[in-house]
Structures are given as structure tokens and as C-alpha cells.
Design a binder for this molecule. Structure first.
Ligand code: NDP
Length: 419
């Protein structure tokens, strides 16, 4: 029996909250705390009476470490699940350390203000030294490892689908299918259609920053960076069909590259339709993806935040999104002296997710693993002092939980490989 403090009440959080409430045997109490408390209260209203989990709500600005530390100390949870934004990762980790509780999140740190000179200096040094230029990376959170070790606390980073489940798939492949893994291709396909000319499936600001950045992959321990969307492949996805996919930089490449240095090449591909890319290019070309504030009619606005206000709220896409997602990893390598290749993946149906929890599949495929990662930590199955990603624990209980909690997976031998 555990108490979980959940920070954020957006698309992903709403699924994680619903799943915790289905899993009352583990989560007998939760607190939903976010900036807009009315969203937390609405979730409580929706679930109360249908679950044995006792739900509390609170208003919190997670950028305020002192206020957050007080909230954590007062509520005294077993762990804090951060499903706010990556901007809050460090302040929430600080508050967890100050209050002495475990920390869990789904996305690695990136700064809200990429013009901050202090951050920029470190970022530019990293770009030169490591060779990739995405705004997000693990260095900021890995730097907390000693502090979490000394405090005897666990920080579990990136327990969404990708990153998250994809790294658990890698640990599972390594444990059960290979003596040596040589290549990993992570394929993220969203075959869903929401009927809008343009919308993002999770937070638009974070999503558009991610997909408009240069692509990169890891080869023989080194980053190779390429212009955004310049490597394109077609793949025939089970449950979805043929889709174009593009090579992107992605978080788990960094973690897997560090933790599985024997893997010779790690790539990440995501599917996009031509209309999405045309809209994104246009928005980028006119400056709407910029994070640098501009003065408009005497008021300071950040273009990408203004765009976010115009775009549909991802949490509202649920009722109108049809189709399926297929996310997984293709591994090649050696087992018992012979070459082997396998594909581990999950297919998820947008409308099935909506029927179950009122959300589309992108929020669902992230929120379910957020609950599972939290369960791994609070039940002690994944608990050791320090800062870890999901490939650094025994994958078996997590894989079992995916089957049980709505994200069943398949293993296919000899899949079609990506060239
Ligand atoms: P949303 O924008 O829908 O929700 C974010 C929530 O965080 C909102 O409730 C927002 O409050 C709250 N919030 C923002 N700033 C603060 C703050 N300072 N203090 C307290 N609460 C705050 O985002 P999503 O649900 O789409 O995404 C949530 C997280 O999941 C992100 O970090 C995203 O990167 C990650 N993600 C991970 C994936 C994976 O597979 N690993 C895939 C998809 C997303 P308010 O309502 O006031 O704005």
C-alpha cells in the first residue's frame, strides 16, 4: 500500500491518475497537485466513488522548491511522480531530496528559457564535446546521482513509452534473447487521425521543439548529427500499415548508448504525414516555434507559447482520434554464436484507450508506464539509491505489468529490418 504525489494534471497525468486508481491495491492514496487546481479537482470528481484509492488535490507551482518541499513533507508520500513538464524536473528533484522521497518522471530535463546565458554556456560546450544539439539531455539529471545515493533515494527517469518502455524492451532483449546486441532501431508509429489540419499529441511546446531539432543517432559510441528530417524510411507496421518515418534525436539513445556501450548503432524513427511536416516547416519558417520572447503591442510573448494557446489541447483529442499506434524496437545481434534479430512492440488503439480512460493513445502509452514505473519504485521492485533510467533494472516485472495494465507486447523473430 503506497501514497503517491502526482505533479501535473495534463494529458499524460490524467491517464497515470486513472491507472493508479485502477490499481488501488498498490496506490491506496494519491494526491494530484498542479498549477491549475481546477483540473485536479475535476479528475478527483470524475474518479471518486469508482475507485478505492483516496484522492486529494492541491495547487502547486513546481518551480517553487520551497513550497513544493513543504507540500511533500505535509502529504508524506512514498514517491513523487512528475508528469508536469521537463522544465520542472530539477526543481522537483531538489524538493524530493529536501523532503527525503523517491522521484519518478517521463522526460529528461530541458530549460524553459533556452536564451539563459548560464544554461547556454553549458549547452554549447556539450554540443561541441558530444556532437548533438538537442536542447534536452540527461547530463543535468545524471549530475544528481551522488545526491540521491547519499540520501538513499531512487530517481527513476523517463518511464513513459519512449523513453521508458523502449529501454525496458532493450533490457529484456539483452536478458532473454541475445549474448550481444549489435543494433537497436526504435520505431514510433502513430497511425491515428484526429481530423484537425494540425495538432500535436502531447504538449505542443515540448513536442515541436523535439521534432524540429536536428536528428542524430549513435554509431560506435559517437553521435552522428544530421539536418532535421533528412533521413526518411518507409516501414510496414503491424496494425497500421505502411508509413513514412524520419530519424530523430531521442532521449533513450543517450541512456542506452551509455548503459549498453557494446551496441554498435542506436537509431530512433518516428512517423509523420506530409501535412504535419508542411505545417511544422511553415510554422518554423515564420518564427512561431521560437522560444525567444518578442514584444507585441507592449506585451511580451513567447511565440511557441502563443502557438500552444492556438492549437487544440492534446487532452481534448481523445474523442476524435481513430486508428492505432505501434511503438517498439528492432534488435539485431548474436545468440549462441548465431545471428539473431527480433522486434518487440505494442499496438495500441486510440478509441479503445478513449473508452477505457477518456484519452487518446499517446497519453495512454505514456501514462500507463508512468504508473508502472511508480509501482516498481513504491513496491521496492525497482529500488536502489541513485539516478537511473528504465534499462538499469530487471525488466521482467515491468514487462509483466505492461501485459496486465493495458499495453500488451509481442516478440517477432526475423522482422523486416530498417536499412
Ligand atoms: P500537458 O501540457 O498536457 O500537461 C502538463 C501539466 O503540467 C499541466 O497540468 C500543467 O498545468 C502542469 N504544469 C506545468 N508547469 C507546471 C508548474 N510549474 N507547476 C505545476 N504544474 C505545472 O503535458 P503532457 O501531459 O502532454 O506531458 C506531460 C509530460 O509527459 C511532459 O514532460 C512530456 O514531455 C512527457 N511525455 C513523455 C512521453 C514519453 O513517452 N516518455 C511521451 C509524451 C509526453 P496547467 O494545466 O496549469 O498548464
Amino acid at each position: 500500500m503506497a501514497k503517491l504525489l502526482i505533479i501535473g494534471c495534463g494529458g499524460v497525468a490524467q491517464v497515470a491518475i486513472s491507472k493508479c486508481c485502477q490499481n488501488s491495491e498498490v496506490f491506496d492514496e494519491i494526491m494530484i497537485a498542479s498549477r491549475t487546481v481546477s483540473k485536479c479537482d475535476a479528475m478527483k470528481e470524475k474518479l471518486q466513488g469508482k475507485t478505492k484509492t483516496a484522492i486529494k488535490t492541491a495547487k502547486i507551482d513546481a518551480d517553487d522548491v520551497e513550497a513544493l518541499t513543504k507540500l511533500i513533507k505535509d502529504y508524506a508520500p512514498d514517491a513523487v511522480l512528475n508528469v508536469a513538464l521537463p522544465y520542472q524536473d530539477l526543481t522537483i528533484m531538489d524538493a524530493c531530496l529536501a523532503a527525503g522521497v523517491d522521484y519518478i518522471d517521463t522526460a529528461n530535463y530541458e530549460p524553459e528559457d533556452t536564451d539563459d546565458p548560464k544554461w547556454r554556456e553549458i549547452y554549447e560546450k556539450r554540443c561541441k564535446e558530444l556532437g548533438f544539439s538537442a536542447y534536452f539531455d540527461y547530463s543535468w539529471q545524471w549530475a544528481y546521482d551522488d545526491k540521491f545515493k547519499e540520501a538513499g533515494l531512487t530517481a527513476l527517469l523517463g518511464t513513459g513509452f519512449d523513453p521508458g518502455v523502449t529501454s525496458v524492451f532493450a533490457a529484456y532483449a539483452k536478458k532473454h534473447y541475445f549474448d550481444e546486441i549489435h543494433t537497436i532501431d526504435i520505431l514510433d508509429c502513430n497511425g491515428g487521425d484526429h481530423g484537425y489540419p494540425f495538432a500535436t499529441n502531447f504538449n505542443p511546446e515540448i513536442n515541436l521543439r523535439e521534432v524540429s531539432a536536428p536528428g542524430s543517432y549513435m554509431e560506435n559510441g559517437k553521435w552522428v548529427e544530421i539536418p532535421a528530417m533528412s533521413i526518411k524510411r518507409e516501414y510496414d507496421f503491424d496494425g497500421v500499415g505502411k508509413k513514412d518515418m524520419y530519424l530523430l534525436h531521442h532521449e533513450e539513445i543517450e541512456a542506452l548508448g551509455r548503459n549498453m556501450p557494446e551496441v554498435k548503432r542506436i537509431r530512433f524513427f518516428m512517423t509523420f504525414g506530409q501535412s504535419y511536416l508542411t505545417h511544422m516547416n511553415c510554422l518554423e519558417n515564420v518564427g512561431m516555434l521560437s522560444t525567444t520572447p518578442i514584444n507585441f503591442n507592449g506585451q511580451e510573448i513567447v511565440p511557441i507559447q502563443f502557438l500552444k494557446a492556438l492549437l487544440p489541447d492534446p487532452a481534448s483529442l481523445g474523442p476524435r482520434t481513430v486508428g492505432k499506434t505501434n511503438i517498439g524496437c528492432i534488435f539485431t545481434g548474436i545468440k549462441d554464436g548465431k545471428e539473431r534479430s527480433i522486434y518487440i512492440y505494442n499496438v495500441c488503439d486510440h478509441q479503445e484507450c478513449y473508452k477505457e480512460v477518456g484519452s487518446q493513445a499517446i497519453s495512454y502509452t505514456t501514462g500507463v508506464p508512468a504508473m508502472i514505473g511508480s509501482m516498481m519504485v513504491v513496491t521496492g521492485q525497482w529500488k536502489k539509491p541513485g539516478v537511473f533510467t528504465t534499462d538499469e533494472f530487471d525488466p521482467d516485472p515491468y514487462m509483466e505489468a505492461l501485459n496486465k495494465w493495458g499495453l500488451p507486447w509481442k516478440v517477432v523473430e526475423n522482422p523486416v529490418l530498417v536499412d
